[in-house]
Design a protein around this ligand. Structure first.
Ligand code: ZN
Length: 242
């Protein structure tokens, strides 16, 4: 980490809200892009935020950028296939090496999240529902400062969510249509921490909600790498010879 500040890279495919003419209702909600709203949510004295999008050179994620990233935040929906497999492998290696990774909303279907989970990550969905996002681990650092639940107008995601059982489950959503969903899932992969957080459909203003912003900041703090032992692998000699 650079001088105690967490270096965050926010990656957004930037398709729905790229041009006002394409999807004006999304551009109205996120005039500076979803990555712009996420930056406002996450940036504070403890973080250094940069943004990257699919259309940037190297898709904004050169080796240098990844090396200088402590936590990578990923929003994507309609352009998962445009992310080259080589880049997916590069991000995957960085996570195993200790970089934190936060997958948001429809990033459940991104190549990198599926690679990290090893499952289809499929789910069921429906637009325009009421969501009550319950805190089910009140002592967890990602839920710090949040009340019993957060209520949102959102897209519905329903179980079964085809992911490995989370190591820690922080949020469970209930929807007006009766479905439930594991909305805040923690994993470790190698030395890296991974968090999946459900809200953030592009037609709903969830990333302007103060509690959602708080969760995002908490999640970045949780996912940031902490110093540990240096791993030793490969052929080795007995520690002591008598
Ligand atoms: Zn969505």
């Amino acid at each position: 980490m650079a001088e105690g500040r967490t270096r965050v890279t926010i990656w957004n495919e930037h398709r729905h809200e790229r041009h006002e003419r394409d999807e004006p209702e999304v551009a109205d909600i996120y005039p500076t892009g979803i990555h712009g709203a996420l930056t406002e949510a996450i940036e504070d004295d403890e973080t250094e935020v940069r943004t990257a999008t699919l259309d940037d050179p190297d898709h904004g994620l050169s080796e240098e950028v990844l090396k200088a990233t402590d936590v990578l935040v990923w929003w994507a929906h309609i352009a998962h296939d445009e992310v080259p497999n080589k880049l997916v492998e590069r991000v995957h290696e960085r996570v195993l090496d200790g970089m934190g990774f936060i997958a948001l909303h429809s990033a459940h279907f991104s190549k990198i999240f599926k690679r990290l989970m090893g499952t289809t990550c499929d789910l069921k969905w429906r637009h325009d529902d009421r969501e009550r996002l319950w805190v089910v681990s009140p002592g967890h650092p990602i839920a710090e400062g949040i009340g019993e639940y957060i209520e949102l107008e959102e897209e519905m995601y329903g179980e079964p969510f085809d992911v490995p059982p989370p190591e820690e489950l922080v949020f469970v959503s209930w929807f007006g249509g009766g479905e439930v969903f594991r909305s805040g899932c923690c994993y470790t992969r190698g030395r890296g921490r991974v968090f999946y957080f459900r809200p953030g459909h592009e037609e709903n203003p969830s990333y302007h909600h103060p509690d959602i912003r708080r969760v995002l900041r908490n999640a970045v703090r949780w996912a940031a790498p902490t110093p540990g032992a240096d791993p030793v692998h490969g052929n080795t000699q007995p520690l002591e010879k008598s």
